[in-house]
Design a protein around this ligand. Structure first.
Ligand SMILES: Nc1nc2c(ncn2[C@@H]2O[C@H](COP(=O)(O)OP(=O)(O)OP(=O)(O)O)[C@@H](O)[C@H]2O)c(=O)[nH]1
Ligand SMILES: [Mg+2]
Length: 372
């Protein structure tokens, strides 16, 4: 042990000592001298902005998940950090195909995402699965259960599944999902699939953040429009009739013909593109390649005619405007003085001594006054 190292000879060693005696001693290690390993960054409670940024850009799944947790947090300081991280990674975002998938409960959205996701990964894509489920405030995120449903997909190295952020308004959930999408893009995911249940307003919100919007349907018993409002069909870039397998296949094909006819009378959601009806079986995989071919064709056509980038630009501005609206609303409604005044004037409205328009006017005047 002549090498200069942190070992030294013990004070005393018997002559001709064999291996059974320690012939050198290792100095104790000062914890401060331990180099921080990759692992310690992950488990550290506090991460610097640079740790988040490097982790995301390096597709470190643990850091990626922690960044999303930061985004989803309702704490102002977490959000401040999240915004700084987002700003840093912004140049690395946008390089993905963003696809929204909607449909009535039980249409097979999660099953489709699983089958499509596995197919895309086999083609070399990296797939992130997000969800917008405003009802999850109550159910605590039904897609959580989906993670077990998407078992094969969840096992894939090139897949990242994130349940819907729970709690808050649809607007709040949407903001978080938009930001999460950017983070996933920066981490190299080139296909983003966003599942949303086709009831209420959430499909309009998802439409406003994706490039391609897919409406998943099932051949209904009798009424082919099965409660899907015409408005939702107008948002779609493709209708996909799922469960075209077994005994159900003829009905699915029939539904496809019906919808194809109906689509003639509906204005397509995207300029220069014709929304068409297709069939598939998320269970057997039939029609999955074909629907992806449709998505790619859509990307090629809208990419060439400029509609793709035009939509993205509009969406960015729309996002900003939504944020302004939300901030203004919360500034108003979260203000203690406003709340008190609002309660008073609501009483007057209820007893009929003030009309709603006049009461609203009074409230805005009050707001302007306290802002000064
Ligand atoms: N036969 C058949 N069954 C399917 C197919 N796709 C989905 N299913 C079944 O339909 C049921 C609902 O599927 P999900 O994928 O959970 O549907 P979902 O649209 O995600 O439902 P929610 O998340 O509750 O809105 C499950 O029992 C699936 O196994 C299909 O292509 N063929
Ligand atoms: Mg589902």
């Amino acid at each position: 042990m002549t090498k200069k190292s942190n070992t030294y000879k013990p004070d005393w060693v018997p002559e001709n000592a064999g291996k059974e005696f320690a012939t050198s001693v290792v100095k104790g290690v000062n914890p401060k001298d331990i180099k921080k390993t990759e692992k310690s960054v992950k488990t550290r409670k506090h991460l610097e902005i640079a740790d988040y940024v490097n982790g995301v850009l390096g597709n470190d799944r643990v850091i990626l998940a922690r960044t999303i947790t930061l985004i989803e947090s309702n704490s102002a300081s977490h959000n401040e950090t999240a915004q700084k991280v987002l700003k840093e990674i912004l140049p690395n975002t946008g390089n993905s195909l963003r696809i929204g998938i909607t449909g009535v409960p039980g249409a097979g959205k999660s099953t489709l995402i699983e089958t499509l996701g596995v197919y895309l990964i086999s083609k070399g894509h990296k797939v992130a699965v997000l969800a917008i489920d405003p009802s999850s405030t109550v159910t605590k995120g039904s897609i959580l259960g989906d993670k077990t449903r998407m078992e094969n997909l969840a096992r894939e190295e090139n897949c990242f599944i994130r349940p819907s952020p729970s709690g808050g308004t649809l607007g709040g959930v949407a903001r978080k999902t938009r930001e999460t999408m950017l983070v996933c893009e920066a981490a190299g995911y080139d296909v983003i699939l966003i599942e949303t249940v086709g009831v209420g307003q959430s499909e309009i919100t998802v439409r406003s953040m994706v490039d391609f919007f897919l409406l998943l349907m099932i051949a209904g018993a009798g009424d082919e429009l099965q409660g899907i409002k015409k408005g939702v069909i107008e948002l779609a870039d493709a209708l996909l009739i799922n469960k075209a397998d077994g005994d159900n296949k003829p009905r699915a094909l029939l539904a496809k013909t019906d919808f194809s006819m109906a689509l003639h009378y509906i204005q397509p959601a995207t300029k220069g593109w014709r929304t068409e009806a297709h069939t598939c079986s998320a269970a057997t995989g039939e029609g999955i390649k074909e629907i992806w071919d449709v998505v790619e064709k859509f990307r090629d056509i809208t990419g060439a005619n400029g509609v793709f980038s035009e939509r993205r630009k509009n969406q960015t501005i729309e996002w900003m405007n939504k944020m302004i609206e939300e901030k203004l609303l919360s500034e108003f409604y979260d203000n203690g003085e406003i709340r008190k005044e609002l309660e008073k004037i609501s009483g007057k409205v209820l007893e009929g001594s003030a009309l709603p328009p006049a009461a609203a006017e009074t409230m805005l005047e009050f707001y302007k006054k306290i802002r000064k």
